[in-house]
Design a protein around this ligand. Sequence first.
Ligand code: OVV
Length: 404
Amino acid sequence: MNRPDTLNVPEMDIDPFSTDFLAMPYPDHERMRQAGPWVWLKRYGILATCRHAQVKAVLSDHVNFISSAGVGLANFNQEAPFRPKSLILEADPPDHTRARTILARILSPKTVAQIREHFSAEAESLVDRLLARCRDGAVIDGVKDLAEVYPLKVFPDAVGLEPEGRHNLLLYGDMIFNAFGPRNELLQRAAEKVQPVTAWIMHHCQREQLRPGGFGDLIYQAADQGEISHQEAPMLVRSFLSAGVDTTVNGLGNALLCLAQHPDQMEKLHADPGLARSAFEESLRLESAVQTFFRTTPHEVALEGLVIPPNTKVLTFLAAANRDERQWPEPEKFDIQRRAAGHMAFGTGIHACVGQVVARLEGELILNAIARRVKRIELVGEPVRRLNNTLRAMSSMPMRWIPA
Ligand code: OVV
């Protein structure tokens, strides 16, 4: 699509879903930030922003930038969604509000207080096991042995899922986060294995599969109370299973990578494990697990001197906003004592990550458990990236932990 005449913004030929871009997005983020507050990406016919103020403005305005037309490249008003739409992610008020209210209650700070002990015990024992292997001289994998293992244990436990078959959650997440991008090779390959994975996911959204009292069952209890229909309940459970695993897996993986690449910061964390929460926050800013989300204009939108036509896809680069020098002093520096609050890694506005208290809990507990036992993390060879249209992800990260 050509740039509309009313959108007098720089046109660029960057493809943010190409292999090269996804392998190393930050130089192109910088090019787009420098080009202006808004850019037109010719290849896809979309408006985009890499600056913090504009990303925040779009995400804070759910009237002019809607989610019900999809939060990926595809416009659901013009093409069928690749799966039945999420009742929360791909919805606007008032539909969104009903779903959000239920999930926000289930994932409240009160819930966090209840799950903390189990999440903490699992973090401690996993880190103990891995440290014992390091003491024996073994190389461990920060992704396969930790970042994938911990969220796949604690979060599905809290949802109330059986232990068997949980690897399907990783495959499903990989698929849906690819599906926010174009139909490139990444999506094609993810989509090839989707049938059995989707069947497994939907089966495990059924009430009979969910432990009484777990997050999943609490959704069915909300349906019993008439807050949503019993047809909608499994679709809300699907949201837990969609958004709750791949995000935290990569959040933890990226945090470990940051600490391995910055031994001075790891030293500080070891000296004061109370910095774990702030270290996790800073890693979310610098290496945001979710890199992008789209919105769509439902009507003509006048903003900052631009006139954006109806049905324009608007791409917000969360990860680029988090490195905007207009917002952050020395944005490329990993500083675990920085005030990283206000980063866009969880989004902002009415769609801001509803599970962020749980994500932060997982990050804090793992980094704290490592901090108390380990003084240095050494990479043993290059981390292997797993390219994804939306996620900053890795498949492997061989490392050694040097015990204190
Ligand atoms: C990937 C993702 C993020 C947030 C919510 C959902 C999915 C959902 O399915 O609701």
